[in-house]
Write a protein that binds this ligand. Structure first.
Ligand code: NAD
Length: 353
């Protein structure tokens, strides 16, 4: 570890972690002084939201099962109107990053406290970041107003996460921790969490791909995902997140899959500038980490090429251009030629080196 000065900002959140922790929801809502909670989910997870409503009994004011990808502003406004009509005094969200995004968007507009029960490994519940779309344009802001007050991690709620989504969502989480290791504002606290998180997920994901009912692996994966979310919320991200944001926003590529495909390539690009990080990742993977990450993605049945997930070949130049436009910090300076090559390799599903 280098002995440089650093700043570490922690975000306040009460975290409850384990198996069956959902049953603590009524107590947590009451602890917030709330008695009329609005429960949020996506349409396919409405059943899980209704179970929470039953658990809350009189403290449930209703279910809004309209969360969708990319947190569109018109959906958030609909949910805010319902919250106001039902005079709710807390938000409960059960789901992945899309549902958490909706909870954050409501909190931003109303100041209502949030209890979040994550069911994927995306990690949004640990960050003060909110990305919203309005008429096809995604804008991201960072404000402590969107931080959930309570996060209930219940491993049971993740057991139904399909195999493929478990793999890609887990790789999405790993990407947060990898970039945290070489962030401009990286610090020793976050680096310890990041390494622990990557090791937990690298161990757990192949086991989940073999047996999605493996409870120990599910425990490790959710534990890792929590730490990865903490990394994402605590330090700035670099090339990898920027590329994924560009590809997701401009070419409508699926979030977790895009992260899975790009990560080995982004790490290989940065590798010459971050020898210490590469050395610490080698201790986890036992081999060159960019190649190891691509092998991990293969082992969980994830897509390996951008072509497979709908990236148009004629979009690679534009994607490179957008990625180079707004200047942002990266450990290795952004060079047009090598970034274009990176894009091509990710598009083809080639090895990162
Ligand atoms: P998601 O929330 O869109 O979920 C994908 C699908 O899986 C949905 O249909 C969902 O209902 C379903 N699902 C989730 N958990 C399930 C379970 N346990 N069982 C069965 N089905 C389940 O996907 P995601 O990858 O979690 O989140 C992606 C979104 O989150 C993106 O919009 C991304 O930008 C955002 N995100 C934001 C942050 C942040 O800090 N603001 C961080 C990470 C991701």
């Amino acid at each position: 570890m280098s002995r440089s000065n650093f700043v570490y900002t922690s975000h306040p959140a009460r975290v409850i972690f384990g198996f069956g922790t959902t049953r603590q929801l009524p107590e947590e809502v009451a602890r917030l002084g709330a008695s009329r909670a609005l429960i949020l989910s996506t349409p396919p997870q409405k059943g899980q939201a209704e179970q929470l409503a039953a658990l809350l009994g009189g403290a449930a004011a209703g279910v809004f099962a309209g969360a969708v990808m990319h947190t569109p502003v018109h959906v958030s406004e609909q949910a805010v109107a319902l919250a106001s009509q039902k005079r709710v005094d807390a938000i409960v969200a059960i789901g992945g990053g899309s549902t958490t995004g909706l909870a954050k968007a409501i909190a931003l507009r109303t100041g209502l406290p949030q209890v979040v029960l994550p069911t994927t490994y995306a990690g949004s519940e640990m960050t003060p970041i909110l990305g919203e779309t309005n008429e096809g344009i995604k804008k991201t802001q960072t404000t402590p107003k969107v931080l959930p007050q309570v996060v209930i991690y219940d491993v049971e709620q993740t057991m139904s996460l399909p195999i493929t989504l478990s793999g890609t969502s887990g790789m999405n989480a790993i990407a947060h921790a990898v970039e945290a290791l070489y962030a401009r504002d990286s610090n020793p606290v976050i680096s310890v969490l990041a390494l622990e998180a990557i090791a937990a997920l690298a161990r757990a994901l192949p086991k989940i791909a073999q047996d999605p009912g493996d409870r120990d692996a599910r425990f490790d994966a959710l534990h890792g995902a929590w730490l990865c979310g903490t990394c994402l919320g605590a330090v700035g991200m670099a090339l990898h997140h920027k590329l994924c944001h560009t590809l997701g926003g401009s070419f409508d590529l699926p979030h977790a899959e895009t992260h899975t495909i790009v990560l080995p390539h982004a790490l290989a690009y940065n590798a010459p500038s971050i020898p210490e990080v590469i050395a610490s990742l080698e201790t986890i993977f036992g081999e060159e980490p960019a190649l190891a990450l691509q092998k991990l993605a293969r082992s969980v049945g994830a897509p390996i090429s951008l072509a497979e997930i709908g990236m148009p070949a004629d979009g690679l130049d534009r994607a490179t251009e957008i990625a180079l436009t707004n200047s942002y910090w990266n450990p290795r300076p952004l060079e047009a030629g090598p970034i274009r090559q990176l894009m091509q390799r990710a598009f083809d599903g080639a090895t990162p080196w």
